[in-house]
Design a protein around this ligand. Structure first.
Ligand code: PLP
Length: 403
């Protein structure tokens, strides 16, 4: 059966060029980058070359790149790395510290913020507007003299909404606080310029995950600006300039470097606009074919590959399964936690009713998505929605002619 993948925000395929670049570092070139013999030097050179490739993508210094095990670790390193010195267990006389984040962050940030709150840090979770925006005025109003860190994501993983990061980061900086952004769903999809004169100049910390940009799962990056003092999460050797001890994942790091280089090439051409056009055709086609449907956050700037649609009177979970059986991989707008299907915290924070949040699915295209893939989705989704609605009592009541 033909299988079409439209879940790139969950994970992207490993690009063959990336695999080819990393492969030798598992087999012939297996050295430890800390060893002084030739195999070690070879591994060290490969790690430092990858650091340069990532720095070129982000327009920052190579020394500002910390390699991690993924987006979750990068987010935790940013939050705990900045706030660790203020934890209550470090001594009762420590000065108070305040963290501001938002209600629509990925759980890697949300749960880290909750853990910090449990350890005595004051935490504010900013609400978003009904379309999913974190308003700069809301951040300005929440800033306190003891706010040490603000963490707001760049692109939302469910809706694709892009936050006004330059403006938000400038507010944090004006108040003397550091600013972190989770750029896991933005890296490789849009230009990220962290140079002194670039739009992200006031950003101090930025997280990236390898497996959302065509490198393997279990690889990640934290950008940490030169002046930031970061306490490590782990204790051990002095790797990554004392910021992240542990023998480097040389093959994974080489893959990140190659993925960064490929991302830079991809961003320089017409591909991002082509991908946005594919996504827009998909959205418009589905809205034209399916009644009582809509796109969540359509009114805001969004990352080009993502659309989050609701089809009222359809359970997203049932639709995801029905589409899977037809050969189309997509994701539900709801997260399955401890066996119970909860409506998505992002859509709920936007004020969607639980029913509409449960009727929402996410389609996320990749660089490998083709026009034929979109045609397949346009043929498959309306039929599946129609079939599920005939089984839905609320739909039968709303549209008696179909009952
Ligand atoms: N942040 C965002 C916005 C994400 O979408 C994800 C993964 O879905 C993560 C963080 C976590 O990244 P990782 O899977 O590499 O730990």
């Amino acid at each position: 059966m033909r299988r079409i993948y439209m879940d790139a925000n969950a994970t992207t395929p490993l690009l063959p060029e990336v695999f080819d670049a990393m492969r030798p570092f598992w087999i012939e070139q297996f050295g430890n980058a800390s060893s002084i013999h030739q195999q070690g030097q070879h591994a060290r050179a490969a790690v430092e070359n990858a650091r340069e490739q990532v720095a070129a993508l982000l327009r920052c210094r190579a020394t500002e790149i910390v390699f991690t095990s993924g987006g979750t670790e990068s987010d935790n390193l940013a939050l705990f790395g900045v706030l660790q010195p203020y934890l209550a267990s470090q001594g009762a006389s420590k000065e108070p510290a305040h963290l501001i984040t938002s209600a629509i962050e990925h759980h890697a940030v949300l749960h880290a913020a909750e853990a910090l709150r449990d350890r005595g840090i004051e935490v504010t979770f900013l609400p978003c507007t009904p379309s999913g925006l974190i308003e700069p005025a809301a951040l300005e109003a929440a800033m306190r003299p003891h706010t040490k860190l603000v963490s707001i994501m760049l692109a939302n993983n469910e809706t694709g909404v892009l936050q006004p990061i330059s403006e938000l980061a400038a507010i944090a900086r004006a108040h003397g606080a550091l600013f972190h952004t989770d750029a896991v769903q933005a890296a490789g999809k849009l230009p990220l310029d962290l140079s002194k004169t670039g739009p992200l100049a006031p950003v101090d910390l930025l997280s990236i995950s390898g497996h959302k940009m065509y490198a393997p799962q279990g690889t990640g990056i934290l950008f940490s600006r030169r002046n930031v003092r970061l306490s490590p999460l782990f204790f051990g050797g002095s790797h990554e300039r004392q910021r992240r001890p542990g023998t480097e994942n040389v093959a994974g790091i080489v893959a990140l470097g190659k993925a960064a280089e490929l991302a830079q090439q991809w961003l320089a051409g017409s591909s991002p606009a082509d991908l946005a056009a594919l996504r827009d055709r998909l959205e418009q086609g589905l809205l034209a074919a399916i009644e009582e449907a809509g796109v969540n956050s359509i009114e805001l700037p969004r990352v080009a590959n993502t659309t989050n649609l609701y089809f009222d009177h359809v359970e997203a979970e049932a639709l995801v399964i029905a589409l899977d059986l037809k050969g189309l991989s997509v994701s539900g707008g709801s997260a399955c936690q401890s066996g119970a299907t909860e409506p998505s915290h992002v859509l709920t924070a936007m004020g969607l009713s639980p029913a509409r949040a449960r009727a929402s699915i996410r389609l996320s295209l990749s660089r490998l998505t083709t026009a034929e893939d979109v045609d397949f989705a346009l043929a498959t989704i309306p039929a599946a929605v129609g079939r599920l609605r005939t089984l839905s009592p609320p739909w039968q009541k709303a549209v008696p002619a179909l009952a």
